[in-house]
Design a protein around this ligand. Sequence first.
Ligand code: FES
Length: 106
Amino acid sequence: MPKITFVDHAGKARTVEGVVGSTVMEAAIRNNVPGVDAECGGACACATCHVYVDGEWAAVVGPAQDMEQDMLDFASDVRATSRLCCQIRITPELDGLTVTTPARQG
Ligand code: FES
């Protein structure tokens, strides 16, 4: 199973196993990763699953689509590598993915 590492705003890393076909948000929730609230349950309607994709992974993960980009407008401290992790589908290629959760969600 692809491993995904979540780094919190203080630099503490937690590596969890993701299920191919599910989302990075679901991996976080299943493993009680702090900083990912996912209040809307993955409907792209809350922006509480905001993460920063690590630089080297940004091209692999790809950019946000239009609906996600609209929702990111409601998140704070949005950066070029911001994504809503409920919209990142886990594939085998994402093994080793690292994302950082924003301080506001910590
Ligand atoms: S869980 Fe609500 S936008 Fe991702």
